[in-house]
Design a protein around this ligand. Sequence first.
Ligand code: FAD
Length: 308
Amino acid sequence: MFGSVLLAGSRLPLVRRAVSGVPLTRKVVDRFVAGETVQDAVEAVRRLTGAGLAVTIDHLGEETRDAGAAAQTADAYVLMLAALRELELGDRAEVSVKLSAVGQALGADGDKIALDNARRICEAAHDAGAGVTLDMEDHTTVDSTLGILRTLRGDFPGTGVAIQSYLFRSEADCRDLSYEGSRVRLVKGAYAEPASVAHRDKNEVDKAYVRCLRILMAGKGHPMVATHDDRLISITETLADRFGRALGDYEYQMLYGIRTDKQQALAGAGHTMRVYIPYGDDWYGYFMRRLAERPANVAFFLRALGGK
Ligand code: FAD
């Protein structure tokens, strides 16, 4: 409930100005964001891969309303991927892309612009030996995102996508995406969605996650289990046993700065543990979703504002 209020408020320009304008916000944001520049992101990549973790890098930004800004976001990914290429990390590095940041929200031509920009990112990723996963945003974008995924996979078959368990449609989407070579990142979902399309009760979201997880683990693709939830991680292990999946036939993913001890423990046990690293100056939407997920994060934010 409190989370939905935060998510709704986060879309108001007044709230955005107020939060972004507080000088200490940046310090708090740094807990969840690797920094503003490509160098900051590369530094985080070096640190985390040096500690045995895999990474997926997100250039922050979403809901771009201007074709020039969408192209600039794609340029930023190309630049980042050139830096990754030097590090020679192979499939230990990939990028995560929000299609709304590369043009999806630009009216009638949005899908085509987003596809062209995403294709440019996939080409640069291919040159760097890295993968690409499409993030999933609010429910109105799902059909468009899955359509663009299908087209991209024609040339870049390793392209992955996030599926949100809170949406009623997601079990069917998981079934459609359970084929060989498919890469699906399963998440609970982080947007404020209406009860007509999504479970809103936390328990129901968790149960839906298990149903989707079972479909993916029983299927032929590569499940990417993106959660910080211990119960879901232990259910994943049970399903891996049941369906004969070895280490490396599925992977775990967590967000930068969240449950870092658990990240290390999973990597130490031999799992591929991929950390989602956001960087860039457009951190507002991402930051507000992290606050909305956990009341304790709001307390942390308020304490920092109070100088503690
Ligand atoms: P929760 O039940 O929210 O949390 C379980 C436990 O994890 C909590 O008790 C707490 O200990 C810890 N935890 C969770 N969140 C936080 C936090 N913010 N701060 C501190 N501790 C926390 N959502 C989308 O809608 N689209 C996407 O494309 C997408 N991509 C993602 C990619 C990755 C790699 C990950 C890990 C998440 C992604 N998400 C995405 C966010 C996701 O939908 C959830 O909102 C988020 O992961 C929290 O859910 P949870 O599964 O960790 O479970």
